[in-house]
Design a protein around this ligand. Structure first.
Ligand SMILES: [Ca+2]
Length: 307
C-alpha cells in the first residue's frame, strides 16, 4: 500500500466495486478493462494529495511569480502569433484574445507545463485513496468516457497529479461540458490542438457568463480609507458609489462613468494593492476560486494586450 494512503481497502477490491459503477454510467466493459488494466496506486499522487497546504504567500509575492517578465514577453509573442485564430474564436464566444492567452500562460506556461501524470491512473489513485472518493470516482468515470470516445490516446492523456488535463487544465467534468472541437477533426483535443484549446477556454468563460464589452477590473487608488466592511466580492456597488468613496484610477483619473457594478478586492489587505473588479472577474473565479488567480489573469491579460 502506498504510504500515507487513507484507504483501508486493497486497491483491487476498490477497483472491482468501482467497475460496476463505471459500467452503470455507460463506460463499456471492454474499454474499462483496457484503460484500467495494470493500474496500481501512484505513491507520488497520494503524497501530493495529502500534503498540508503551504504557508500562504502574499499576493504581492504570488504576482511576481505568476506574472514574470518572461511570461509577459512570451504571452505577447504568442498573442501575436495566434491573433488571427484568437480573434475568430472571440467572434464566436465573445472572449478577447488576451484573456485566453493569459489563462493559458498561468495554467501551463503556454502549454509547456501540462503535468506529466497519466490522468486515469492518477484519478484511480485518488479515488481509491478515498480522501475525496466520490469526487474523484466521478472524474475518473468522465476520464474513461473521454478516452473511450477517442479524443486522445490513453498514453497521451496526461495532466496534473489531480487530474487537470491538457494545456488549459480542464478536469474531465469540465472537458465534457465545455471542451470544443474547433478545428473540426472530430476530436476535442486540449492537449495538442491550439484551436481546440483556445475555443474550449473561451467556451467555458462564455458559458459562465463572460461579458464581451466589459473588462475584468482594474487596479485603483484609494484617496481615503475605506471600511473593511465594504471590501470583498460580496459587496457590489455601482461605479458612482466607489467614485463617491474617493476611488480613482491608478493614474489619479476619475472612474469611468459606466453603468456597472463592482467590488473592491484587496488581496493583501488594506495595506496592499486595491482592485475594483467586475462581473468578468467572478467568471474567472469560476475557473479557479482564488482572488490571487483571478487578479493575476486580469493583470497579465492587460499586459499582453498592451501596445
Ligand atoms: Ca479538434
Amino acid at each position: 500500500m502506498a504510504s500515507g494512503a487513507l484507504s483501508a481497502e486493497p486497491y483491487d477490491v476498490w477497483q472491482s466495486h468501482f467497475k460496476a459503477k463505471a459500467l452503470s454510467k455507460g463506460v463499456s466493459k471492454s474499454w474499462f478493462e483496457k484503460a484500467m488494466s495494470g493500474i496500481s496506486p501512484i505513491q507520488r499522487v497520494i503524497e501530493l494529495d495529502g500534503k498540508q497546504p503551504e504557508h500562504k504567500i502574499t499576493f504581492s509575492t504570488y504576482k511576481k511569480r505568476v506574472i514574470s517578465q518572461n511570461r509577459i514577453d512570451q504571452g505577447r509573442r504568442l498573442y501575436k502569433t495566434h491573433y488571427k485564430i484568437l480573434k475568430e474564436i472571440e467572434g464566436k464566444y465573445g472572449v478577447p484574445p488576451q484573456y485566453i492567452v493569459a489563462l493559458w500562460g498561468i495554467e501551463t506556461s503556454f502549454g509547456q507545463n501540462t503535468g506529466g501524470f497519466k490522468v486515469i491512473p492518477a484519478l484511480a489513485s485518488l479515488a481509491w485513496d478515498g480522501r475525496r472518493r466520490s469526487f474523484f470516482e466521478t472524474e475518473l468515470i468522465n476520464a474513461l468516457k473521454i478516452s473511450e470516445a477517442g479524443h486522445i490516446p490513453l498514453e497521451k492523456m496526461k495532466g496534473s497529479w489531480a487530474g487537470a488535463m491538457g494545456q488549459n487544465q480542464f478536469m474531465p467534468s469540465s472537458f465534457l461540458q465545455y471542451a470544443v472541437d474547433y478545428n473540426g477533426d472530430g476530436k476535442r483535443d486540449i492537449w495538442t490542438s491550439k484551436p481546440d484549446i483556445f475555443a474550449s477556454t473561451s467556451n467555458y468563460l462564455n458559458k459562465k457568463g463572460w461579458k464581451h464589452d466589459e473588462k475584468w477590473g482594474r487596479q485603483v487608488q484609494l484617496t481615503r480609507p475605506i471600511s473593511p466592511s465594504l471590501t470583498g466580492l460580496k459587496v457590489k456597488k455601482p461605479l458612482s458609489f466607489w467614485k463617491n468613496m474617493g476611488i480613482k484610477t491608478l493614474t489619479g483619473k476619475p472612474l469611468p462613468r459606466f453603468d456597472m457594478r463592482g467590488s473592491l478586492v484587496q488581496p493583501d489587505g488594506a495595506k496592499g494593492a486595491s482592485y475594483l473588479v467586475y462581473n468578468n472577474y467572478e467568471t474567472i473565479m469560476d475557473w479557479n476560486r482564488s482572488t490571487y488567480f483571478a487578479t493575476s489573469v486580469g493583470l497579465l491579460a492587460d499586459l499582453i494586450a498592451k501596445k
